[in-house]
Design a protein around this ligand. Sequence first.
Ligand code: PLP
Length: 418
Amino acid sequence: MPHQALSFETMAVHAGREDLAILGVHALPLDLSSTYPLHDLARGGESLELMAMGGQDKHNPVYSRLYNPTVGRFEEALAQLEGADESVAFASGMAAMTACLLAAKQRVPVSESGASGSAHCARSMGGGHVVAVRPLYGGSDHLIASGMLGLEVSWAEPDGIREALRSDTVLVIAETPANPTLTLLDIESVVVQACGVPVLVDSTFATPVLQNPLKLGATMVLHSATKFIGGHGDVLAGVVATNVEWATELRKVRVITGSVLHPLAAYLLHRGLPTLSLRVRAAQEGAKFIAQKLKDHPGIKEVHYPGLEGGDPKGLVGTQMRGPGSLIAFEVENFDFASTVMGSLELMTPAVSLGSVDTLIQHPAALTHRVVSAESKAHSGIGPGLLRLSVGLENPEDLWADLEQAIVKAMAKVGTHA
Ligand SMILES: *Cc1c(COP(=O)(O)O)cnc(C)c1O
């Protein structure tokens, strides 16, 4: 099928389902096998070796950590939606991020000097270095800052990436729209500044409906599929869409570390793809309405939403992004005010995560970004009065009525800056 010529909505319905007609089924098959019969030992061994090196052997999966057809179909679909050669799915967004860092680390030049001295004392692995732009999702910030994977990090300003590069820089990491502040980064500018170093873009907030970083020169696009791609709050998953070379490296890491996606999760993700565009666009309409209401409300100090006037200073909505999305960050007086709002809601769910059919609201400083350093929080403006709202598919008027009564309660209890 000439997929490049098909529209997103059409691809979302049909992608990754090419073999269903041959199988004689209409719905996606769910293959829960952990292992597969090997009738030819020599061929089984060859398949295993191929897949251990990150290759694919769909017709002889051997073992479900190496390949699973239900997961493979979802990966094929997601690759098509991002305009990628391939995609690789993981057990969570953080497992995907870890695999990207480990795959990048394999590219660190091995230092000759480290091998001097007695052979058994030699440390031959170079450290390796990544450049990352804050804010990132709290878990990603924590992982990268921890140095746990043996990579050093330089935190760069959006226009200071080139200056932060070193000879051992193996990856540049950016997130846009950024979690939790909704700051937008110009992906093309990040790629130019990276001077050929591979660029990873976490595009979780945008989904492939609103943005395709690979088309702007990024090497890898990462999604926490737990969010919009799953979309119903019942799946934990991550996926990276990229070229064949990186996909091979990522599968190699996945086989070794075992961070595979469960086939039932892949089935649910794939089942939801045909409605992804509808969900994202409907939630976006609700968010535009709520963002404006928040902006006009005297109890709210500031609203961060790329769809509001002044919310997109670089003019990236309509160019890089096909819409502002359905996440809103807003600032209230202080922690007490924020906590009273969250505690007074009757319809919205006070919970971390985002991109679900129901509206979720959370407090980044206390929750999703609790584990990042004080320095990182201060740099990104993640303060005690910041709330993050993920608008769902409820009627926007109902949502606003709920949020407004909670804000009024907080104003009565805590007061406002006004
Ligand atoms: C949630 C999230 C992640 C982590 O994904 P998990 O599926 O929770 O592991 C990474 N990046 C962004 C932007 C996220 O919102």
